[in-house]
Design a protein around this ligand. Structure first.
Ligand SMILES: Cc1ncc(COP(=O)(O)O)c(C=O)c1O
Length: 349
């Protein structure tokens, strides 16, 4: 076994949805902008927003394994759940189109918004263009219960239905990010033996953090290489969920799943008032990265996480010479649903 491959991962069926490794780039424009406040830290970005299918984003890595499982069950229809502006839902619709399967999306309202941008633009517009059948539910509805009931109804008509979980975050979905950990280690070697002190990202349903943490552990590196900022659950709840899912992913790979509290680093201080609710730090982070690097973060996940990274750097969390890698997880279509947050002076039409 090479130290750069995840043991046993090739036993799991995978439908290829990516175009090969996503780039790792140095953020030289951002570094120049931060100047002395950077204290000699080097900032890199893993471009997991840079994928050709359906606008790209982190969910495609999980969907490679979820669709692998669906195909091995000979499914002809995939159903998944999420909020109205779910990137996971949009990318499930895109992956289903690629795989030649029907897609149904059961979408709830976890964010208290009912304006036209939120209801119709961004991911909602794309779901429709991608040909998914949409079921939109009122606030507080149990999307997974409705998805299961719909699956039962379709199965009774002879369809073969696969139900994908919220955010694609099961141990099977997290395998996609265990594989990404190996990709990062290989790229770091190719970049002249770079050692990433931390890999920083947003935490929603926790599968991305869990997959990376399991992957680094499987490669003999600390699971605590990963640091995430929770955007959905309160910090402690997100940490508990991430720990459970990391252990489940390691167990699925047949590896030792013992984890300590220190292995799972989740920061809950950048979520703000709640999921999908903008913060000033998010708006500042989105504009800063756009104006220094030309890169588009999203307003719900990576914008808040990047705000956290900028705050950490300014607070001197990293030592001079540290290499910090931010994982850009996609979701830029969500910006269109947050038009008025970025242009508050504009009148609603
Ligand atoms: C753009 C984007 N970034 C980050 C995340 C967080 O990923 P995870 O749900 O695996 O924690 C999500 C999904 O929830 C997302 O859509």
């Amino acid at each position: 076994m090479s130290s750069r491959s995840i043991p046993n991962i090739d036993r799991f069926p995978r439908l290829s949805l990516l175009d090969g490794p996503t780039p790792i780039q140095r953020m030289a424009g951002l570094e120049a902008h931060l100047g002395a406040s950077l204290r000699g830290v080097r900032l890199f970005v893993k471009r997991d927003d840079h994928m050709s299918l359906g606008g790209g984003g982190n969910k495609l890595r999980k969907l490679e394994y979820l669709f692998g499982e669906a195909a091995s069950e000979k499914a002809d229809t995939v159903i998944t759940v999420g909020g109205l502006q779910s990137n996971h839902a949009r990318l499930t619709a895109a992956a289903a189109a690629r795989a030649g399967m029907a897609c149904e999306l059961v979408l709830g309202r976890p964010v208290p918004r009912d304006d036209v941008d939120y209801e119709r633009n961004g991911n909602m517009l794309l779901n429709d263009i991608l040909g998914a059948t949409l079921h939109t539910l009122p606030a507080g509805a149990d999307t997974m219960a409705v998805a299961q009931a719909r699956a039962t109804e379709l199965r009774a008509k002879g369809r073969r239905v696969y139900v994908a979980p919220l955010g694609g975050s099961t141990a099977v979905g997290a395998l996609g990010y265990a594989r990404c950990a190996a990709e990062i280690v290989q790229q770091a070697e190719a970049l002249g033996g770079l050692d990433f002190t931390k890999v920083v990202l947003a935490n929603g349903s926790s599968g991305t953090h869990a997959g990376l943490a399991a992957g680094f552990r499987a490669l003999g590196r600390p699971a605590s290489t990963v640091r995430s900022f929770s955007t959905l659950l309160a910090g402690e709840d997100a940490r508990g969920k991430t720990r459970e899912l990391t252990a489940a992913t390691l167990a699925l790979l047949g590896l030792d799943a013992t984890l300590s509290d220190a292995d799972i680093e989740v920061d809950g201080t950048h979520r703000g008032p709640g999921y999908g609710i903008p913060t000033d730090a998010m708006i500042d982070a989105v504009k800063t990265l756009a104006r220094t690097e030309g890169l588009l973060l999203d307003p719900v996940y990576s914008g808040k996480a990047f705000g956290g990274l900028l705050a950490d750097v300014k607070a001197g969390r990293y030592a001079a010479g540290a290499n910090v890698l931010f994982v850009m997880t996609g979701g830029a279509p969500g910006l269109y649903a947050y038009r008025r947050v970025f242009n508050p002076a504009e009148e609603e039409e």
